[in-house]
Design a protein around this ligand. Sequence first.
Ligand SMILES: [Zn+2]
Ligand SMILES: [Zn+2]
Length: 196
Amino acid sequence: MMTPAWASELVTFVCADARVAEPRLAWRRRIGEHSTGVTRRHDGMIAVRAGSDEVDQRLTLLHELAHWLSPAARRRRRAVHHGREFYEIAFELYRRHGLTDADALRLESGRYRSALRHAVVLGVPGAAAALAKHRSVTRDRPRRRWRILVPEHRVQLERDGRWSICSTCRQRVVGMHLARIRRARRPVRHVLMTAS
Ligand SMILES: [Zn+2]
Ligand SMILES: [Zn+2]
């Protein structure tokens, strides 16, 4: 698949603007709406697998260009891959190269939840509202509550048909856990929990 002209032009434009050397751009198709990308700094390359959504293609390429422009990971304090510094560059690129703030927030936070937090601090319009909405959705989602059904006790194996079970709490002991208990020199203890 040929690299679309707009994509090569965008790479040239962004890199000229930032006065950095251009990466090679490898462009392939992928099935589905969303695109994926990766930046290989030491190979001097950005690879994009482009889905069908053109806005998402553009965001994906700009996201990788933001990695390309981000200062290389420092030796001692490694720069965070998708940290504040990265998003400062990324959201600026999105805005300057034709993405609406709403599209940038929606698509970027669809991949990396933490993007919203950074966008709020960076003052991206709409970010605070999007974050508040996301938080209220998370809060309203019912959580599983775990409680202790049988307190901690020593596992004593007994047979129950083809299974090994703990004779105190009657839970099945299988696989690696079973092998570990059989091997153990000292008694192994466990708890029986239940979700409600
Ligand atoms: Zn990334
Ligand atoms: Zn037990």
